[in-house]
Ligand binder design. Structure first.
Ligand code: PMP
Length: 403
């Protein structure tokens, strides 16, 4: 028997997606970025509306300079794990820098955001503990729960009352209870009601971890995320985040005021058994963090663009989530339609993410867009008009939703 026979279903699904000569949406090549908002795809200049590069900092001249200088000075890799030869002065500097930014005592830097969730969740919630996960949690959160063997209890998406009920049932049981929520959910761009979850955490004496991957640099007066925006930072025990979105590089982190966080360095397998971030990435991330802090206007431009895109798509009769956030997803009913829509957008020079069930909430296919501070209003309008044109072609624009 072929070792791949278990993937026959997957192979059939992929063939259905690419039927009729359509592209493989999971194998798009951006031949090269031309700027933060335009990339060369299939030899053509294409508007990028699906990159998570919220502040456009992947192309920051200061970050690029810092990376080049660090590579010249220190080389391009560490060739070791954080607990062996992979901790250099720069790693320590970045951890101190992030701790200061979040006003926390401790910070651990991981090689990716995925590993930051895997590494903190698996180490914090062991086999005698309970993990309370939002039903729409990111894959890295679910995978972290498997690696740590805690008992997993899922609660309804963004529903603090449902969580409260489930926690009450655990009254009197030994074992720590760790609640995990995200700041902005990556598929629909909806924002967590963080103050409500903080209230449940206080009532039940559970621990609260917030994955602010999509919200750091985006929400809060200083860009510290939804917890800052909602004024409940003191209730968050652990903030997990990534460098791969608003900071434009790669890597992840966890910050906390709990002294125990440092112990996790010696038991978190995704921290211990992989090579640490290379110097040029650390240096670029610190430069990007300077920009995130010193250029609050980027956050304002981002939110202006988010509102413009959200309003434009709704006015074009497309169905989106209710909130204008930097992730705006167009909700479609069937996969075939979504695949055709996505292909036509790319034909007409607009790249977005195609997200298909089962990876999407409520089993709806999504055309997931993300906006940037560096998009011009004209680029946003261009994307909206291409969406409207394709919706017209496919006959799927509904009655415009009034504001
Ligand atoms: N958490 C969330 C909520 C995410 O959306 C992602 C990435 N999509 C991650 C963690 C993982 O981050 P990274 O891609 O930087 O590994």
């Amino acid at each position: 028997m072929s070792i791949f026979s278990k993937y026959e279903g997957l192979s059939r699904s992929l063939s259905a997606v690419t039927a009729g000569g359509g592209r493989n949406p999971f194998d798009v090549v951006i031949e090269r970025p031309i700027s933060s908002t335009v990339g060369l795809i299939e030899g053509r200049e294409t508007l990028l509306f699906g990159t998570n590069n919220y502040l456009g900092l992947s192309q920051s001249p200061a970050a690029i300079e810092a990376a080049v200088e660090a590579a010249r000075k220190y080389g391009v890799g560490t060739t070791g794990s954080r607990i062996a030869n992979g901790t250099q002065g720069l790693h320590r500097q970045l951890e101190a820098r992030l701790a200061a930014f979040f006003r926390r005592r401790h910070c651990m830097v991981f090689s990716t955001g995925y590993q930051a969730n895997l590494g903190t969740i698996s180490a914090l919630a062991g086999k005698d503990d309970y993990l309370l996960l939002d039903a729409d949690s990111h894959a890295s959160i679910y995978d972290g729960s498997r690696l740590g063997h805690a008992q997993v209890i899922r609660f309804r998406h963004n529903d603090a009352d449902d969580l409260r009920k489930r926690l009450r049932r655990l009254d009197g049981t030994p074992g720590a209870k760790l609640i995990v929520v995200e700041g902005i959910y990556s598929m629909m761009g909806d924002v967590v009601p963080m103050a409500e979850f903080a209230q449940v955490k206080r009532e039940t004496r559970a621990w609260l971890l917030a994955d602010e991957a999509h919200s750091v640099g985006v929400m809060g007066e200083h860009g510290r995320g939804v917890a800052e925006a909602d004024g409940v930072e003191d209730d968050i025990d652990f903030v997990v985040g990534t460098f791969s979105k608003s900071l434009g590089t790669v890597g992840g982190y966890c910050v906390s005021n709990h002294d125990g966080l440092d112990l996790i360095r010696l038991c978190s397998r995704p921290y211990m058994f992989t090579a640490s971030l290379p110097p040029e990435v650390i240096a670029a991330t610190m430069a990007a963090l300077d920009e995130l802090e010193n250029r609050p206007e980027l956050r304002h431009q981002l939110m202006d663009n988010a509102r413009r895109l959200h309003a434009g798509l709704n006015a074009a009769g497309l169905r989106t989530g209710p909130q204008a956030s930097p992730v705006v997803s167009v909700i479609l009913d069937d996969v075939e339609q979504a695949v055709t829509f996505w292909n036509r957008l790319l034909d007409l020079g607009v790249y977005v993410n195609l997200s298909l069930p089962p990876a999407t909430p409520d089993q709806h296919p999504l055309l997931r867009t993300s906006v940037m501070a560096t998009h011009t209003p004209a680029q946003v309008d261009q994307a909206v008009s291409v969406f409207a044109a394709v919706a017209g072609e496919l006959g799927i624009n509904r009655a415009p939703v009034s504001a």
